[in-house]
Design a protein around this ligand. Sequence first.
Ligand SMILES: O=C(O)c1ccc(O)c(O)c1
Ligand SMILES: [Mg+2]
Length: 591
Amino acid sequence: MRRSVATVCLSGGLVEKMHACAEAGFDGIEVFEPDLVACDHSPEEIRALADRLGLSLDLYQPFRDFEGVDEATLADNLRRAEAKLALMQRLGIDTLLLCSNVASATVPAEDYEEVAAGQLRQLGDLASSYGVRVAYEALAWGAYVDDYRTAWRIVQRADHPAIGICLDSFHILSRGHDPAGIEDIPGERIFFLQLADAPALSMDVLSWSRHHRLFPGEGSFDLAGFLGHVLAAGYDGPLSLEVFNDTFRRTDVRRTATHALRSLVWLEDTVSPRLTPGVPPRGIDFVEVKAEDTTDVEVALGQLGFTFRGRHRTKAVRLWTSGSARVVLNEQQAREEVPHLAAIGVQVDVPEAALARAAELLAPAVHRRTYAAEVPLGAVAAPDGTEVFACPVVEDDAAWVAEFEGGGPDERTAGAVTRVDHVNLAQPWSDFDEAVLFYSAVLGLRADSGTQVAGPHGLVRSQVMRTPDGCVRLPLNLAPDPSAMTAQHVAFACDDVVAVARRALAAGMRFLPVPANYYDDLAARYGLDESRLEELRSLNLLYERDGEAEFVHFYTRTLGEVFLEVVQRIGGYDGYGAGNAPVRLAAQGRA
Ligand SMILES: O=C(O)c1ccc(O)c(O)c1
Ligand SMILES: [Mg+2]
């Protein structure tokens, strides 16, 4: 299907937006009137530019407050319309978006549909004389028409070939209107389709629409179900994104255009699969920490009971493991870099297929030689720059260790770390929504419902991306201001966190200190007995209970821009200790 995007989605001026849309691979755009008015190119120049770029100008929008008015206002509205129709002729655009009246409608409710239909018929006559069709859209906050079914009744009543309907997923789904009724509208009467997702928020619908729309796959609307109804109706016009969002209006226009297109490719594939299928990954193969000097991280891994498995034969790369948890320490090309999470490897059944899907979803490929078994692993860059490697599923680490020399065998002690439990990835404000789409569309992860945790500087947005079985869990946290400590960390799972903590303490580990007040609060919350409390307190352990399930965990001090966590899940605990996050964030703030 043809793919289009409203210029209001993007940042900058109309000309830059057009270049970015064409470069990303869109077929067309909706020209948002304020973008044209503010532009120093003439309509003829914009038309010529669109031609040169191979972009079609699919829609001119919005035209407002036309119908349901008194006679004097109607005469003025027809005059306004005629000016826009003449402008559209200069631009070569054949479809005008008309939003339902929010301001000037005066006709009483019982006469509204009849009067509005008559007035739309007059607009239809005028528009056809300019070769233009009018797509009537029910805004969710329209004064009388706020439901697509009402708009459709008026369009039917207007009974004019130049008057049809515009369907916008936001207005329909935000109000909870059943989209199944779309199938009753003949496809050729649907003149235009606008797609937007949004997070579930309880706020007034206008502010929700103007500030918080998201690209498909990033919010909580069922866009695939919605599009299914529109296609079942027989609609064959463009799929056009119309996303009002303050973040996307500020981020790099080229990158946002690619991000937008990825959301449409993903949505189309969800409705009628065409791409290499996305399969949830099977586990975390490795995490890579990069720094000029990785010593501090290696010391901490040793204290946590990890084994040094050797130095890479040819590169400044070292491997530490405990069970299936593998940490690669990379000192290559890292001058002046403090320890940070540079890459994660995820195990997938068919790495080539996963990479093919990533490419179809416009994920930027990363080129670098890797470690394991001389197998050149492919990788893509996540929005925040973290490199994500597609690794084969392996039962043991023989292939891994073969490339490393001078280390010992993995001698795990009882209760030791067994695997990577989760990897927290800090996201800059500009990347968060894009990352949600990236990890779901490209990596086949599912977004859990988002939360917010209280930090010393305010609420921190958090969204877990995971496989249904929990073998891969990537909580995304909004990074506090970039100069502050980051929220990146690797959490390791173990069977006996008390044993791991005791051993680490004896080995001189510097834990993230937990204040005494926290343990008083735990006693009050859960009624833990004194000996249990004392054990937790003496080892800086944090505790959370969910029904019968328990979560016990501790953190290391921050090492550069990363820290480590060890967790024990008891009785099927499935969370991340969100209740303890404020204590951790405050302690890290003090450290
Ligand atoms: O917020 C608005 O006014 C507005 C304008 C045009 C649209 O297509 C829309 O969905 C909303
Ligand atoms: Mg719209």
